[in-house]
Design a binder for this molecule. Structure first.
Ligand code: ADP
Ligand code: MG
Length: 258
């Protein structure tokens, strides 16, 4: 299978001199085309930093980061954050158009792409609403549509559902799985919730503090279905939790499993 993200021996730190803090010291990772990679790890370990490196927003200090665009698009990466970051004075359609306006494409095509993205997240009938007229889950769907509108090859999602209630979170998790089928996109999904990682991911990796790299890399076997009650998946969750508990110190443990 072809990889779209290839990271070799990535190292990165913030600050200078006495304030220098190494976040990632030796991280290697490949993500295959069409894969959903879930990333877990305690708070402050470098999950968001890793996404920003993949997005090209921060440069690696050492190592190689290669992001391939399968479709030669000029906007290969879409980003979804925990907080939907919508512009309150713009209607839903206009919020989705926001990401397209900086691209060199005709307005009619922009409109077409924005509407397609809204349809993908089930909000075709909501384009005239303002953000304050939407539920939390709907706002996050708009944010997802904004990221999808540019037809990204890679979708980076940084704890996108952690502020939502459980029912909405489950619905949106299912929509992300659907989306991968409909939109042909590779997804890197950061979460601190191991259940969510196993449910969403074809593969789960855990970042580690000590080595500044990857503590665990597991392919999740979903041949028997991706049912929330599937005992095989529950077992995967337990295995990953055990590996992480072994890895992180006790003060970090409470952050990881709040
Ligand atoms: N721009 C920055 N300047 C300085 N330190 C940063 C910056 N971004 C992140 N950090 C630090 O890097 C570490 C990893 O941050 P982050 O990637 O946000 O962790 P996570 O997403 O896993 O919670 C944290 O200690 C954080 O304070
Ligand atoms: Mg983060």
């Amino acid at each position: 299978m072809e990889s779209v993200i290839d990271i070799r021996n990535l190292a990165l730190s913030f600050g200078e001199g006495a304030h220098k803090r190494t976040v990632l010291s030796d991280l290697s990772l490949s993500v295959n085309q069409g894969e959903i990679l879930a990333v877990v790890g305690s708070s402050g370990i470098g999950k968001s930093t890793l996404l920003r490196v993949i997005a090209g927003l921060i440069k690696a200090e050492r190592g190689d980061v290669l992001v391939r665009s399968a479709r030669q698009s000029d906007a290969p990466v879409g980003f979804v954050f925990q907080d939907p970051r919508l512009l309150p004075w713009r209607r839903v359609l206009s919020n989705v158009l926001f990401g397209l306006e900086r691209l060199d494409i005709p307005p009619t095509l922009q409109l077409q792409l924005a509407r397609r993205a809204l349809a993908l997240v089930g909000l075709a009938d909501y384009e005239d609403r303002f953000p304050h007229q939407l539920s939390g889950g709907q706002k996050q769907r708009v944010s997802l549509a904004r990221a999808l509108a540019i037809k990204p090859d890679i979708l980076l999602m940084d704890e996108p559902f952690s502020a939502l209630d459980l029912f909405t979170r489950h619905t949106l998790q299912d929509e992300v799985l659907d989306l991968r089928r409909k939109a042909d996109v590779t997804i890197v999904f950061v979460t601190h919730d191991i259940d969510e990682a196993v449910y969403i991911g074809d593969r789960v990796i855990a970042l580690t503090g000590e080595a500044g790299g990857i503590a665990l890399d597991r392919v999740i076997d979903k041949n028997k279905g991706n049912d929330r009650d599937n005992p095989d998946l529950a077992q995967q969750v337990a295995l990953i939790a055990a590996a992480l508990n072994h890895e992180v110190s006790s003060d970090q443990r409470s952050i990881l499993n709040p």
